[in-house]
Design a protein around this ligand. Structure first.
Ligand SMILES: [Zn+2]
Length: 129
């Protein structure tokens, strides 16, 4: 399920949605905050553009809301039902987790959005297919 050629692999590994070989981000570490937002212009393996149209990543915001909501629900369940924290403690936990995950979620959202919009092609790396 997470092997090469699956969407889950491509999204989690931040790979090019078309060939699953090239990297979407020039710096692999999402916690390098200076370079966090940098996206390669195109895939260095198959030439797929990583910003196919202006403001392409606007849509990634909705994906980001989705992941953020997931983290929020997770921290609520964790705080209230597993760690048995007070309401305040749960809020602090949620905010802390959201902040800690923000750079990762930012990238995951962009990666997910690319993979929703660009189809994987097994033959993407062959010339003149
Ligand atoms: Zn590619």
């Amino acid at each position: 399920m997470f092997g090469k050629g699956t969407k889950a692999y491509g999204i989690l590994a931040n790979k090019c949605p078309r060939c699953h070989e090239g990297d979407v981000f020039p710096n692999k570490n999402p916690y390098n905050l200076k370079e966090m937002m940098k996206v390669n212009e195109r895939c260095d393996k198959c030439e797929q553009s990583f910003e196919p149209e202006p403001n392409f990543f606007y849509g990634a915001m909705y994906i980001s809301y989705m992941y953020t909501t997931g983290i929020f629900v997770f921290s609520f369940v964790l705080g209230r039902y597993i760690l048995d924290l007070s309401a305040t403690g749960t809020v602090i936990l949620a905010v802390g987790l959201l902040l800690a995950c923000a750079p990762y979620v930012f990238r995951l959202s962009r990666s997910t959005w690319l993979h929703i919009n660009v189809k994987y092609r097994k033959d993407a790396l062959k010339k003149n297919d």
